[in-house]
Design a protein around this ligand. Structure first.
Ligand code: ADP
Length: 470
């Protein structure tokens, strides 16, 4: 079963926080315990010294030891887990907790050992520590005190327990907060993602006008939405072109076919004589049909054939293409000039010539009588630039981005009966892309157009395939 992003993120947050809180609790516990132990140790040492000082004060030079008070001190100390034994200067025992009330003393010691064991701490009472007792600088005896080191009394245990409870509550709250934060973050990502997925589904089902919201608040998601929208736009345009292609091909075929059939009909019925002019008219229509079929075939070939690369000098290629068009240029009352410098590129000469011819053919077709066509070849460092400029009818701003699409023809060119079917630029573009280059078109309606072909001088391995896919 696939987990939802929301669950994954919430779980992730919870695990990270749980581990963090667990580590913090553990470290805090260790540090606090260590600090607490050292605090208790100092307390115990101070208390022992205080007991010894208290015992010293119970000696009088004349009356000797005040045993009642020493007994009081000893019993008080015993209550707190300190076992006291006092001997005088001659080594005689003055007071000994163990001898005085052996049973009570052992019970207290056992209680302390049991409590510490219950808390998971093993150990026992220290060897008695000797404190030398003095009065006015004179040695009067020794106090031996033994106690359970690091003994946690009721309060100390209470403190450590409440600390652990506080850490546990913090941990639970943190994990709960992590789950909430994870859910909120995940929603922020998963909701727009689901929307984009829905839009992609809609597109897949044929609704090419569906668009994803591009402002999602997350850069990567907005990028994804933009990519989906771009893809939808491209598919929508391709779909329009496909429909247009069918109607264009049908239209392009219908006109010459119906002309041919009408003319042949009247000739076969004997209404008209099969004169030379009539037959020439029929031949012209058949040629148009042939041209259309050739263009379609050429486009298919260009898109499937890989170029055959070699060293090509661009200026000579431009000159040879221009001379092939000399008659056409003259027939239309135009002039064509070629200028620039010699630039060698790694390219397929035949295909590149095809590009120049297609662009030149358009410049001738869409120029007005008396106009000039300029072909310029420039060295652009790493690349070569070939420009074909005409002062013809130009292309509107709206139509300019569409002219490289298959079968696209501007409204103006349709009305001019140029004989074109909207494939020339698609072929040129496919060839240039297969060389790793680009074609850029600039145009102003009524003023003319410039087509700029930019080609890398050296071809990068695999660039043709990359650009074809791009
Ligand atoms: P066509 O065979 O119709 O010329 P192309 O693919 O070569 O097809 O060109 C597509 C469309 O771009 C043309 O129909 C025309 O409208 C426009 N176009 C191309 N070149 C020029 C140009 N030099 N001047 C004006 N319009 C042009």
């Amino acid at each position: 079963m696939k987990r939802r992003l929301r669950t994954l993120l919430s779980l992730g947050f919870a695990v990270i926080l749980f581990v963090t809180v667990a580590i913090i609790s553990l470290v805090a516990n260790l540090l606090i315990n260590a600090a607490f132990r050292s605090y208790i140790k100092t307390q115990q040492e101070d208390f022992s010294a205080m007991i010894a000082a208290g015992v010293s004060a119970q000696y009088d030079d004349e009356t000797g030891w005040n045993e009642d008070y020493i007994h009081g001190i000893g019993m008080y100390a015993l209550g707190d887990g300190f076992i006291l034994k006092v001997v005088d200067a001659s080594g005689e025992v003055v007071w000994d907790a163990e001898n005085h009330d052996t049973e009570y003393c052992h019970r207290i010691m056992q209680e302390i050992i049991d409590r510490m064991q219950k808390a998971g701490k093993s150990g026992g009472f220290t060897e008695p520590v000797a404190y030398s007792l003095e009065k006015d600088g004179v040695f009067i005896g020794t106090a031996y005190i033994s106690y359970y080191p690091y003994y946690f009394n009721e309060n100390a245990f209470g403190f450590v327990d409440s600390l652990n409870v506080i850490l546990l509550i913090i941990g639970i709250l943190a994990v709960a907060a992590a789950v909430c934060a994870g859910t909120v973050f995940a929603r922020k990502i998963s909701v727009p993602l689901s929307k984009v997925a829905d839009i992609a589904d809609e597109i897949a089902q044929g609704n090419f006008s569906a668009r994803a919201e591009e402002e999602t608040g997350t850069a990567e998601l907005s990028e994804l939405s933009r990519s989906i929208n771009n893809m939808a736009e491209k598919i929508e345009r391709q779909e329009t072109l496909r429909k247009q292609l069918t109607s264009d091909v049908a239209h392009e075929l219908r006109t010459p076919l119906s002309n041919i059939s009408a003319q042949l009909e009247v000739i076969t019925e004997g209404v008209f004589e099969p004169t030379r002019e009539r037959l020439e008219g029929i031949f012209e229509e058949v040629s148009r049909l042939g041209g259309l079929v050739n263009d379609l075939q050429r486009l298919q070939q260009i898109e499937s054939d890989e170029p055959v690369f070699g060293s090509v000098e661009l200026l000579s290629l431009a000159l040879s293409a221009a001379s092939a068009f000399e008659a056409e240029v003259q027939k239309n009352g135009l002039v064509c000039r070629v200028s620039g410098e010699e630039v060698v590129v790694e390219a397929d000469a035949n295909k590149l010539k095809q590009v120049i011819c297609n662009l030149l053919s358009n410049a001738v077709k869409y120029s007005l009588a008396g106009g000039a066509i300029e072909i310029r070849v420039k060295d652009g460092g790493d690349c070569a630039v070939l420009e074909i400029e005409d002062g013809g009818i130009g292309i509107s701003k709206e139509e300019l981005p569409l002219i490289f699409e298959r079968f696209y023809r501007t409204d103006k060119s349709r009305s001019r009966r140029t004989g074109g079917v909207g494939i020339g630029l698609t072929i040129a573009d496919a060839i240039v892309k297969a060389h790793g280059g680009v074609i850029v078109a600039e145009s102003e309606e009524g003023k003319g157009s410039t087509f700029r072909v930019i080609l890398p001088k050296k071809r990068e391995e695999g660039s043709a395939i990359r650009t074809k896919q791009a």
